[in-house]
Every structure is written in C-alpha cells, then in structure tokens.
Ligand binder design. Structure first.
Ligand code: CAA
Length: 258
C-alpha cells in the first residue's frame, strides 16, 4: 500500500490515510487502497477501527481536485460512485469505526468522517463542504449524511455557503463528540476503541447494524430489526458469560466473540 497504512494493536486497528504532500486528499488510488484495507481487516480479532490522517495538519483535505478537474459528466458520476461505495462499506462495516480527525476535514474529508460511527477531533480541526466554490456538489455523501447528523437547516447553510467551521463549532452542532489537543487525540481515540473492544463483540456489531438499518426505515420496521438482532445475541457464549457474571456478582472473564 502506498497511501493507506494499517496497524493492528490487539483488538484495535488504526487505518491512516497517508498522502501528506497533498494533505491526504483522496484520489482514485487512495480510495482503491482504502477499499482493499477494509477487505483485509481480520474480523475474528479486530473489534474496533480508528481512521485518521497522516501528519499534524490534515485529516483529509477532500477529493483530489487535480484528478477531478478534467472529468466528463459520466466520469464525474463514476468517481462519485467509487467514493460512495467505499464510504458506504465503511459506514456498514461490521465493527465500529472512530474517526480521529487531526486537522482539515474538508469536502471528501468531512464526508469520510461522517461515514464513521463516532467522530472526535483535535482543536486544529476544520470542517466544511466547500464544493460549491469549486463548481460542484458534495459527491461522497455530504448532501445526505450532513443533514442526518447536524439537521437540515445547519447542513443546508454549510453546504450552500461553503463556509468552513472550526472544532468548537463542530462540537456545538454535534458533528463531533469531543475535541482534544492534537497530542491527546490518538490516545483518547485508542482509549475509546479499547472500551468498545472490551464489550461483547456480537452485541456491539448487532447494535451497529440495528442503528444503521433502523434509521433507513419507519419505526414499525425498525423495532422488528432490533428484535431480530436482540434475539440473535441469545445462546451465544458471550451472552451467557455476560449474564452469568452479573448474577454471580463477578467480573466478566472474557468475551470471546462467539
Ligand atoms: N486535492 C488535491 N490537492 C490538494 C487538496 C485537494 N483537495 N487539498 C490540498 N491539496 C494540495 C495542494 O494543492 C498543495 O499541493 P502543492 O504543494 O503541490 O501545491 C498541498 O496539498 C498543500 O496545500 P496548500 O498549499 O493549499 O496548504 P494550505 O495550508 O495553504 O491550505 C487547505 C490548506 C485550506 C486545506 C487548502 O489546501 C484547500 O483549500 N484545499 C482544498 C480543500 C477542498 O476544497 N476540498 C474539497 C475538495 S472537493 C470534494 O471533496 C468533492 C467531493 O465531495 C467528493
């Protein structure tokens, strides 16, 4: 891999987008590598992923403007599909993904962060969908995920005005859950990932599936999705161990993902 690094530390793995000279902008090669890295995650062992960018300045500064500049309508649509397919894979990935946003998260950078389950950032982070200033719409899910996360009014304002916001405002509007200094960002991302990884993996995965799938349908269908995933946890080793530990007033020995 030239542009995407992957490091597994026990049950947590870190994916780093590493194209620092272009502030980690996403060209087709980066997207292709990201897709392959996701396909290679060992889901028997890894229980939570962290996604970050290389360096101290930028998480991801967007889709590659140089690559996009000469695209035809059909090529533009195809490029959008490449990004959308990878980001959807990330969003529906079986285990939780934490975006540790260490600087610029613009355009495709904001969009990839929004495809993650949880967003935390450093205090130098900058968010925005500046695409209209380039003569295009957001193309990797921004028009769809931003309104779902921060509400329609705020999303429309950010997208139509193409105005970037800083970390404190991102926190205020609910685009991120927490802001840390740059030095504290990764330790906190890892701490959160470890906390998630300690819980019963089948249950965590079923929670993610229930939330994601439930949000796409009406409440009557959504609660049925929940019932099935709730039921699916029973008879697992981890459900028996989790409940036995409570009833026997002891700590869980270990969740085994089975
Ligand atoms: N695409 C390609 N190259 C990029 C890039 C991008 N999105 N963002 C930064 N770079 C490159 C710059 O061209 C520059 O390269 P050179 O050194 O070869 O000139 C290098 O990264 C460093 O960038 P700057 O010199 O501009 O750094 P800066 O600190 O002055 O500014 C910045 C930083 C404000 C992030 C600025 O680089 C910038 O505005 N970048 C573009 C942000 C943007 O518009 N993103 C949205 C892209 S469109 C999109 O993402 C569509 C979609 O939804 C799919």
């Amino acid at each position: 891999m030239e542009f995407v690094l992957y490091e597994q530390k026990g049950s947590v793995a870190v994916i780093t987008i590493s194209r620092e000279k272009a502030l980690n902008a996403l060209n087709s090669n980066v997207l292709k590598e990201l897709d392959s890295v996701l396909d290679g995650v060992n889901l028997e062992e890894v229980r939570c992923l962290i996604l970050t960018g290389a360096g101290e300045k930028s998480f991801v500064a967007g889709a590659d403007i140089g690559e996009m500049s000469s695209l035809t309508k059909a090529e533009g649509e195809a490029f959008g599909k490449i990004g959308n397919d990878v980001f959807r894979k990330l969003e529906m990935f079986p285990i939780p993904v934490i975006a540790a946003i260490n600087g610029f998260a613009l355009g495709g950078g904001c969009e990839i962060a929004m495809s993650c389950d949880i967003r935390i950032c450093s205090d130098n982070a900058v968010f925005g969908q500046p695409e209209v200033g380039l003569g295009i719409t957001p193309g990797f899910g921004g028009t769809q995920r931003l309104p779902r996360i921060v509400g329609v009014g705020m999303a429309k304002q950010m997208i139509y005005a193409g105005r970037n916001i800083k970390a404190d405002e991102a926190l205020r509007i609910g685009l991120v859950n927490a802001v840390y200094t740059l030095e504290e960002l990764m330790p906190n991302a890892e701490k959160l990932a470890q906390t998630i990884a300690k819980n019963a993996p089948i249950a965590v995965r079923n929670c993610k599936e229930a939330i994601n799938k439930g949000l796409d349908v009406d409440m009557d269908q959504a609660i049925i999705i929940e019932e099935k995933l709730f039921g699916n946890c029973f008879e697992s080793y981890d459900q028996k161990e989790g409940m036995a530990a409570f009833l026997e007033k002891r700590k869980v020995e270990a969740f085994l993902n089975r």
